[in-house]
Design a protein around this ligand. Structure first.
Ligand SMILES: [Zn+2]
Length: 370
């Protein structure tokens, strides 16, 4: 397939909007995957969605020799609400850039990896079984796909994740662990004018807690905390009874994850008359560059050199992915094997069309070598 045809085929995937909370869009994406492999020597399993989320598709191909598989993983959900492509981020080509919701994170990577998977399946050039899992819920922490990801990971010799490439084609061999917490506060309502002293403001208490949590950030140690969603109150003249906020926490080691979980879950109210309810925890363990990951990366560098690419990895990144789950199980995992580009999760998101062919060749080489 030439570059124009590849960009056109990928555009079809990008034009079908599939935010995590829109199962119809996700199921449409899963249909596109199934249609793409029709008639090929690839077994297709469709796993119905649950909890209001989309379906999964699991492909199997390659050599049936009883060896552990090489497992590819891609998520087809995006963070962009339905309607984004009609307004702020239309699917369009500008020079080498293909713009659109989720083109970089990660429909581009999913699409090019599927083309490589098909090539290897058709050529019969795999050394072992191959699996390819498409998931609907990575952007919210993979609540319905984590079990399947871990099951496939446990039975795999290596896991290849098609999250976006970084900084000019670098791949990912380490990611921070991610925690999410939900904090709900309940104080006592009162008229803000006539009964001010009787009130116990849930928002004031939230302000204390937010500053305490943000102060746990320790850049030297790679720990960050941020509160990026909050709410509360009912009217400008009522001391607020309720407030809430959510916490994002990132760590570089398993031990720091346990420590931060304890610190956040055991926060006490500053005002004893306000109740504090904290739920959540670490939902993605850190993905550390173990000796096994380094060895797999060395193999990938050789494959890349064979097709004229100088493959580099980037320092531990802050963003988590499904690679965290499999790496934490001790399965050699490479991530960031997707398309090159920039602007993940923004309205300037684009992929570089010229990166499709080399990244597809790299994926094909990995599927044939591992
Ligand atoms: Zn992603």
């Amino acid at each position: 397939m030439n570059q124009n045809d590849a960009a056109a085929a990928l555009s079809v995937w990008v034009a079908l909007e599939s935010p995590t909370n829109h199962p119809a869009g996700l199921n449409g994406m899963m249909d596109l995957v199934q249609k793409d492999v029709e008639g090929l020597p690839i077994a297709v399993e469709r796993i119905p969605g649950r909890d209001g989320l989309g379906d999964m598709v699991l492909l199997r191909a390659g050599l049936d020799n009883g060896q552990p598989a090489v497992a590819v993983m891609s998520h087809l959900d995006t963070v962009h609400p339905v309607g984004t492509s009609a307004k702020e981020l239309p699917v369009r080509i500008d020079g080498d850039r293909l713009y659109g919701p989720g083109v970089y994170d990660m429909k581009g990577g999913a699409w090019l990896a599927l083309q490589a998977f098909k090539q290897v399946a058709v050529a019969g050039s795999a050394k072992r079984p191959m699996t390819f899992l498409f998931t609907p819920d990575e952007e919210i922490g993979s609540p319905t796909s984590r079990g399947m990801i871990e099951e496939l990971g446990r039975n795999a010799a290596a896991v290849l994740v098609t999250e976006p490439a970084r900084l000019g084609g670098k791949i990912v061999t380490a990611r921070k662990g991610v925690g999410r917490f939900d904090v709900r506060l309940e104080g006592r309502p009162a008229h803000a004018g006539s009964r001010h002293a009787d009130g116990r403001s849930a928002i004031r208490e939230a302000a204390h807690q937010i500053l305490a949590i943000e102060a746990m950030t320790d850049y030297g140690r790679g720990i960050t905390t941020s509160v990026a969603l909050m709410g509360g109150g009912t009217a400008a003249n009522v001391i607020p009874q309720h407030a809430w906020f959510s916490v994002d926490c990132r760590v570089t080691t398993l031990a720091d994850g346990v420590m931060m979980e304890n610190r956040i879950l055991s926060l006490n109210p500053h005002d004893p008359d306000v109740q504090l309810r904290i739920t959540g925890g670490m939902n993605r363990p850190p993905y550390e560059k173990s000796a096994m990951v380094a060895e797999l990366f060395g193999k990938a560098q050789k494959v890349a050199a064979g097709i004229g690419l100088d493959l580099q990895d980037c320092p531990m990144t802050g963003g988590g992915s499904d690679g965290n789950f499999t790496a934490a199980l001790g399965v050699p995992t490479l991530d960031g094997l997707g398309i090159d580009g920039d602007g993940a999760h923004t309205l300037q998101e684009y992929a570089l069309i010229s990166s499709i062919a080399p990244r597809q060749a790299l994926m094909k080489g990995l599927l044939e070598t591992i």
